[in-house]
Design a protein around this ligand. Sequence first.
Ligand code: ADP
Length: 404
Amino acid sequence: MRRHGNRVTPVKLQGAAVGDYARAPLGGRQKELQDRLDQAEARYRALAERLPIITYVAAMDVQGSFSYISPQVQALLGYAPEEWTAGRSLWLRRMHPEDRPRILPLLGRAHKGGRRFSAEYRLLDRTGRAKWILDESEVIRNAAGDPLLIQGTWTEITERKRMEQETAGRGRELASSKSELEQFISVASHELKAPLRRISNLGEMLAQRFKDGLTAQAEGLLAQIMDSAAVMQGLVAGLVKYGEADPRAPLSAVDLSAAVQHAVRELTEEIAGSGARVTCGTLPTVWAEPALLERVLYNLLDNAIKFRGKEPPRVHVSAEESAKQWIISVRDNGIGIHPRQAQRIFSIFDRLHAPKEYAGVGLGLAVCKKIIERFGGRIWVESEPEEGSTFHFTLLPPPKEGAM
Ligand code: ADP
């Protein structure tokens, strides 16, 4: 190494410097050492120049004063190695102007602290096209521990960056469209509540005040209006509930057995009224949000009781571990579902029966799906008409300590 003022030039890696040094008269032992050094350097060079990454040696400044850069740089950026080592701060000039304010202080601090430097930024090639590189370097010191120079590598990551940006863009789109949809549902359902209440109040008023003046036909029409208003109120209440199943709720370890018991308590009337029996296997602790998980179990148990066959409902909740996740199953002995319908029942407002046959608006399973997916799981049904149904959903175990 030689020092030029503040600049340190590693003699052995620069063609011109090697020549200067080689011209100095050498003694026998010194000559042998020099030969060995030359061979080692040639091996290093051959290796460095075959690597798919660019290696370099530079001074400890933030100008990019290279004393060596491997020839692969030309294919990437269109400038020959000599242009990089010519000392005209080509590196600084070709750095994307938007990246300079971020990179230069970072590099300065790494040098000052003698730390490794690692950063991703853009360099403009000869035609002005931006290439993303990962620049990783470290400070090389002499035997006394004084910093001498920087040795580093550039790896091109343009393609990876492009894919990252694309994915991030799609994620943002999805997140915003999802929250827009959810916002819409929540606002629309709340806004619909008041005029609906007014329709049914006015209907009731009409029926009471003009009871004697209404013809049978008018009474019939009024009853239909009231029925429709009641159905619509049910739909709106369901939508409000759907909107309330907050997908951003934080997750924690939840005792599934306690959640089932909670749902069963809420269904006391339905269970007593139908003579249902709800039983449980051994249930695990899962990664979920307690109130939302209780909502899922409530909806599934409520359906298992509601869509009962001739026999009193028998419902069994069990769990099985498979591929590092839990499969929870809610099995009933009810009317069953045709496999053809197995998908659509999880969509908003999709139901297989008229409200008169079985009360409901077709939102319970859509809510379950939204919640289970929020927990990182999926939900599906296995069923045959008249054979009962088994709803399965997957949940993750709580993350191990230290991984949270
Ligand atoms: P709702 O219960 O309000 O109709 P859901 O979204 O909970 O809405 O269910 C959608 C449809 O799926 C129901 O209308 C019913 O046809 C069918 N279904 C749900 N659970 C069961 C079940 N346990 N047994 C038979 N059919 C079911």
